[in-house]
Design a protein around this ligand. Sequence first.
Ligand code: HEM
Length: 417
Amino acid sequence: MKVQIPRSEGLDNSLDLLSEGYLFILNRCRRLQTDVFQTRLLAQNVICMTGTEAAELFYDEERFIRKGAAPKRVQKTLFGQNGVQGLDGAAHKHRKLLFMSLMTPERLKGIVDLTRAQWEKTIKKWESKDRIILFDDVQEILCRVACEWAGVPLEETEVRKRADDFGEMVDGFGAVGPRHWQGKGARKRAEQWIETVIEQIRKGELNPPEGTAASMTARHRDLNNKLLETKVAAVELLNILRPIVAIATYVAFGVHALHEHPECRKKMQSGEGQYVQQFVQEIRRFYPFTPFVGARVRRDFTWKNYQFENGTLVLLDVYGMNHDPRIWDQPDEFRPERFDHWEGSPFDFIPQGGGDRARGHRCAGEWLTINVMEASLHFLTNEIDYDVPVQDLSISLSRIPTLPKDRMVIHHVRRKT
Ligand code: HEM
């Protein structure tokens, strides 16, 4: 027996998505009392889903593909074209290996060391600065870290410009109008820059250390043993650099949480057990970053008596799952301790995607993100003191992506004695 998938009210919900942002899917699931509903977005039929079972379905490669899932506006800002996000099957697994080979314990230790060194350098500058817009400065710090770790040359004079471009690529994907155009411009500039880097490596004019992302991407061969097109290699190298800089969002949220919950700061300082790890996990759960992930139905199938038609775009609600009371006790409370003895599955805590990392589309940089967050937040709580001046600390859920309104300002930074 087939059952009609509940339908969201309205002919087309695109404007509602823009105004409700992170809450778009969650609001409708609650209203319609369902984990699955259908709607129209950007003039196409879309199925939206939430919950652990829906996540398990979404990551079943027999049922879903990624080809053609990301709208052009996301490709022209956030992802780039013909990168790993839109590949399926053997081609995807082969390309994913390139990313996973960069995430060895030694390479991860390397980025943590670089992160610590950059924080040490930054503190000297911060001590003499009146007011620090933390999000902007952390983007610069992580831009230096990302390029050095990846083997991409970066002059000190270009750090701000490149950091801004990385930031705008992320900032532009969920917007229409000027913010989106800025994101497109940023991607164009970044691709041109990184294409030149790839060409120089291939000509032997630039020799990044063995095993770095720049060296590996420039030399990566596809399943037909062909080098990637320069443009595609640049897109993939940017798929490493851009998200490392984006960790600044989580660091800003971390400082927001430390301010709102002084008891957490004390526990971070006393180094109690695994508290830093729990704190970082709770940041990734509680704060809004990825709104949802998308895929297309590979071929017609039925699930829970609902018909999924070939080619339909399906969105899985990441933010909603992070606040689902069936998964999390008191989900709207910030409580790192919930991760003490937490036994999750690959389908219930999915701030950076779910399922299998090596074989599926789950974020390649999840461990890297956690490590860099831990190093940064440990530094911010154990090596320095600072004050948080009066500012707008609100976080709008209708803006995708979002941040504390004033981008988290701090002042009176001093090294701990
Ligand atoms: C994929 C989030 C950091 C590299 C993804 C996905 C999400 C995500 C939601 C898609 C999962 C899916 O489609 O099912 C984030 C967030 C980050 C972050 C919130 C925090 C800043 C990183 C870092 C790297 C990275 C630091 C690399 C250094 C990738 C790559 C993919 C990906 C290559 C594509 C994987 C694939 O399609 O197989 N990320 N990510 N990400 N991420 Fe991240």
